[in-house]
Design a protein around this ligand. Structure first.
Ligand SMILES: [Zn+2]
Length: 95
């Protein structure tokens, strides 16, 4: 069967079923290997204020937040780009 991607858009390989995760944007339930996982450091303090405080020697905590997105939302937000056929063939294992 001809497939668009070698991995069929997933990372599970020959594994059978796997856990579902919920998209943080739209709430859709998607398989874990198909979800796009993004970890970003976030700060609750205004960046300008944080810079000033850091110059004065204050230690500002940063938190890392991991979010899961379905592929539709990842493309909509620009996390993943739509690739041409040639590009998909170049790196078949990366999504
Ligand atoms: Zn979504």
């Amino acid at each position: 069967m001809p497939v668009k991607r070698r991995s069929r858009g997933r990372k599970k390989g020959g594994k059978g079923k796997e856990d579902l995760v919920q998209c943080d944007e739209c709430g859709a339930l998607i398989p874990r290997s198909k979800a796009v996982r993004v970890t970003r450091p976030i700060s609750y303090i205004d960046p300008q204020l944080a810079r000033e405080l850091r110059q004065q020697g204050a230690i500002i905590p940063t938190y890392r937040v991991t979010k899961y997105y379905c592929i539709r939302c990842a493309i909509h937000r620009g996390i993943r780009k739509i690739r041409s056929e040639e590009e998909r063939q170049k790196k078949p294992l990366t999504l």
